[in-house]
Design a protein. Structure first.
Length: 511
């Protein structure tokens, strides 16, 4: 049954947000007159495209969990056909999202995405849009199940971010990809099912950080008993994505609509790695240096050895393997969403809980003590300061993401040198660009010196090209065994060899 709150949000989602353009030229009767705007802080000009505020906040989540749970958990399938009886959803206990997220937090994750509707169309909450939901099951625990409600409450209790996966493709609905007598797609599914399901999900919290829209676009299915094979040629048009996106933003202002939503991209594989060169524009593992739209990558991977949903007898990857994925995603300008599926009890298996604790401890031990904070740092070039701000080298170790080191306009090559009085054992260098003004760095080099005078290049054969939101380079050049063979050094030198414009780094960490 639709509540008053849900109905109000459904109405709110009908409008579009207006964006006011910024005027940079004055126009009179005789043509355009160029204006020079004051810049008392000597702020560098942006390198377009740049991220929106919600995209910045999304990127800061960095590492979060994926929870594939639903009808497939009980049928052993990965992509259900939509013909499954609701009674097959039969949890042996009421699902426990608090347990899920507690395990994720122990791994160092900052949030999670819960699947609340997969391609089979079965909804894990009491929805008005279809009878194919938890309330139609004869199982008593199923009738008490409301994953979005309990997941949001758990996230708030733990101080974590949260969001939901809602499959646009629905193999159960008779309306999905339905055509009229003239062969045109009807809007019944989009308007009366999918939009309303998104609106219902939005009522579980206006502080959601991501809504996950899979890119699957059709195939065989139940389709209300009609069966057959259906597909759609263009998801953006069929689902009216621009209207959906802008409407959801009215309700959840900081949410990112992933995938089909167009605000963040699939990194291009399900193996937990992004390209060593990775631009926050374009598509795939590497992005596009000349892309016109800010389109950051999210890398998804499974922590377990079988499917995305839980399967009997599955194993779980070692903490070292999962840490490698972390370095190759978060450490390569992508976010990392790691799948840990609950089993038929509605909880994560003990092996998963234990492995998450082990991974979290590994991340803390290896990336928890930033030696750069105790180093002296000098720059070969520094931008002239403004009225109230400076762009000095010390900004990269002050712990403030809003201050940054910069060079003067036209200076696209410069270095930062970190020194200690006594040699340190080092394993990783992490760098973060001030991407609010665009992604800039095209090439960099990391060197270390044991005596403070003679420098040796580090990182092995790793491509030291892009940085972006964050780049973590293991000094031994091996992400698979990154903690082996630490480097003794009294100095670390980071040289920006080339950039689209003056480089801007807000944080450098050395571990």
């Amino acid at each position: 049954m639709i509540t008053k709150k849900t109905r109000a949000l459904l109405c709110a989602m009908l409008g579009l947000m207006a964006v006011s353009p910024t005027t940079v030229n004055a126009q009179d009767d005789f043509g355009l007159v160029e204006q020079t705007l004051p810049n008392p802080e000597n702020t560098p000009l942006p390198v377009f495209p740049v991220p929106s505020e919600r995209q910045l906040k999304w990127n800061e989540t960095e590492f979060y969990a994926f929870f594939h749970y639903g009808m497939n958990t009980y049928t052993g399938e990965e992509w259900g056909l939509g013909s499954e009886s609701e009674n097959q959803f039969a949890p042996t206990a009421v699902p426990d999202p608090l347990q899920w997220l507690t395990a994720a937090k122990s791994a160092g994750m900052q949030g999670g995405i819960a699947v609340i509707k997969h391609h089979d169309g079965f909804c894990l909450w009491p929805t008005s849009t279809t009878k194919h939901n938890v309330t139609s099951s004869s199982n008593a625990n199923a009738k008490e199940t409301n994953v979005p409600r309990d997941f949001a409450a758990a996230a708030k209790k733990l101080g974590m971010k949260y969001g939901f996966y809602i499959s646009p493709w629905d193999r159960n609905s008779p309306y999905w990809a339905e055509k009229d007598d003239d062969g045109n797609y009807t809007s019944t599914y989009t308007n009366d099912v999918f939009f309303k399901q998104c609106a219902e999900a939005a009522t579980y919290g206006d502080d959601q950080f991501e809504m996950w829209f899979d890119g699957a676009r059709g195939g065989s299915g139940h389709y209300g008993g009609k069966g057959g094979k259906r597909d759609i040629p263009n998801a953006t048009t069929y689902y009216d994505i621009p209207n959906l996106r802008d409407s959801i933003h009215k309700v959840c202002p900081n949410i990112i609509l992933w995938g089909e939503g167009g605000e963040a991209r699939w990194i291009g594989n399900e193996a937990g790695w992004a390209g060593e060169t990775n631009w926050a524009m374009g598509s795939g593992e590497y992005g596009d240096e000349n892309g016109w739209q800010w389109h950051p990558g999210e890398s998804d991977a499974k922590a377990t050895t079988k499917g995305w949903f839980w399967h009997e007898g599955e194993g779980i990857y070692s903490a070292e393997r999962l840490f490698q994925m972390y370095l190759e995603t978060v450490g390569r300008n992508a976010t990392f969403i790691l799948n840990i599926p609950p089993d038929k009890t509605g909880k994560l298996p003990a092996q998963t809980v234990n492995r998450m604790k082990e991974l979290g401890q590994m991340i803390t031990n290896r990336l928890g003590n930033d030696l750069a904070k105790n180093a002296q740092v000098e720059a070969s070039a520094t931008r002239q300061g403004g009225a109230t701000v400076s762009y000095e080298a010390g900004n990269v170790t002050d712990g403030d993401k809003n201050t940054y080191w910069a060079t003067d306009d036209g200076t696209t090559s410069a270095s930062l040198t970190f020194t200690w009085d006594t040699p340190q054992t080092l394993h990783y260098v992490s760098m973060m660009e001030f991407i609010r003004l665009g992604q800039r760095v095209k090439s960099f080099t990391i060197e270390t010196s044991e005596d403070g005078t003679t420098f040796t290049r580090r990182g092995g054969n790793i491509k030291t090209t892009t940085i972006g939101y964050k780049r973590i380079v293991p000094l031994n050049g091996n992400t698979a065994s990154s903690y082996d063979a630490g480097v003794k050094a009294k100095a670390v030198r980071i040289t920006i060899n080339d950039a689209k414009a003056c480089p801007l780094l807000h944080t450098v960490s050395i571990y």
